[in-house]
Write a protein that binds this ligand. Structure first.
Ligand SMILES: [Zn+2]
Length: 104
């Protein structure tokens, strides 16, 4: 049986970004999808968080941005036949999109 180490970051996929939680240092960042030509520009800076609540009955999760839990970020995990985006978000870029992205 494989044991998960606490150092491993927790990764959640939402429709429009990949969330990476550094559970050791209690910080997280998001990498926006669809802008993967330059991963550095597409990712946010690390931000501290104070708790992460995963809803077991739905795909939603909540990130606490302050210790009191009065500032929250809510998002949804992207799943097969995703109700949030209809499964469209991870569609591959079309050739035209790649071309215009490469020229911009
Ligand atoms: Zn989705």
């Amino acid at each position: 049986m494989i044991r998960l180490t606490t150092e491993a970051p927790l990764v959640l996929e939402s429709c429009h970004s990949t969330w990476i939680f550094d559970t050791e240092r209690m910080r997280f960042r998001r990498i926006l999808k669809g802008l993967e030509l330059d991963a550095r520009q597409a990712s946010t800076a690390w931000r501290p968080y104070y708790g992460l609540e995963l809803d077991s009955s739905s795909e939603s999760f909540v990130v606490l941005l302050n210790p009191e839990g009065t500032r929250l970020l809510r998002s949804w995990r992207h799943v097969d036949r995703c109700p949030q985006c209809g499964g469209e978000a991870t569609a591959e870029l079309s050739l035209d999109e790649l071309r215009s992205a490469a020229l911009s």
